[in-house]
Ligand binder design. Structure first.
Ligand code: CTP
Length: 227
């Protein structure tokens, strides 16, 4: 089955975890890589859905594919699980917050003390949850899963361990410490590793060209699998 006949689910942007009604924990993800991937997915697939956390809405305007906005990592998990089908491709470019406040205050926290400690609890890992669901449900055996790894040090080792631990078909390593790679830029530098041990280095390029290259690589991997 080619990409044309597969649903492509792309996630992008950060998530937001509220501390009180005016403050939250989040991260520097802009969602630009996710939007570029959703654009590239729409160009090659009959059905694309983009699920994103809070981001600049002007980056989304006029897009011809289905768009779902979410806020927290738990919301993102629910939205992703609701879209999974056996023939789908999931591209997890989102940067979900790994922790959330143990309690969300309904009232604004006042600055009454000199120090403030906020207890955080771990959020679910979406890709690991997808992997368990896939292992438990034979109808999802054909699901193709792509992860991202944003790293600043020991970049390859971390990317390869995520590929394995999250049972991914492909991982896109993004060394965010390098000039031209990272969160709010329009360019990126990515190395792709596949489940079968293949490596593909993309030079510094626009997120748009990179997204098209990643989709091409996914198509090639699916083609190999079908042969
Ligand atoms: N991811 C996920 N669920 C989370 C956090 C991350 O599914 N709660 C996904 C991201 O979308 C990405 C991949 O896992 O595709 C790797 O994300 P990254 O933030 O690099 O790694 P973490 O697993 O969060 O590990 P760490 O923060 O320790 O590097």
């Amino acid at each position: 089955m080619s990409l044309r006949d597969r649903k492509i689910i792309v996630t992008g942007g950060p998530t937001r975890e509220w501390i009180d009604p005016v403050r939250y924990i989040s991260n520097a993800s802009s969602g630009k890589m996710g939007v570029a991937l959703a654009d590239a997915a729409h160009a090659v697939s009959g059905e694309t859905v983009f699920i994103h956390g809070p981001m600049d809405n002007s980056l989304l305007s006029g897009r011809p594919f289905r768009i779902t906005g979410v806020e927290s990592t738990e919301d993102l998990l629910e939205a992703v699980m609701g879209e999974l089908t056996g023939g789908a491709v999931l591209i997890m470019a989102a940067a979900p917050a790994d922790y959330r406040p143990a309690e969300r205050s309904n009232l604004k926290i006042k600055k009454s003390s000199d120090e403030l400690r906020i207890d955080l609890v771990k959020n679910p890992d979406i890709l690991k949850t997808v992997a368990s669901r896939k292992a438990a449900d034979p109808s999802l055996a054909g699901l193709f899963v792509v992860g991202f790894a944003a790293e600043t040090h020991d970049v390859e080792a971390y990317a390869l361990s995520k590929l394995k631990e999250k049972d991914l078909d492909m991982i896109c390593l993004n060394d965010v410490a390098r000039e031209g790679a990272g969160f709010s830029t329009d360019t990126n530098i990515v190395v792709v590793f596949t489940r079968d041990g293949e490596r593909l280095d993309f030079p510094l390029m626009t997120k748009r060209d990179l997204a098209a290259g990643i989709l091409e690589k996914i198509e090639a991997e699916l083609g190999r699998r079908d042969r």
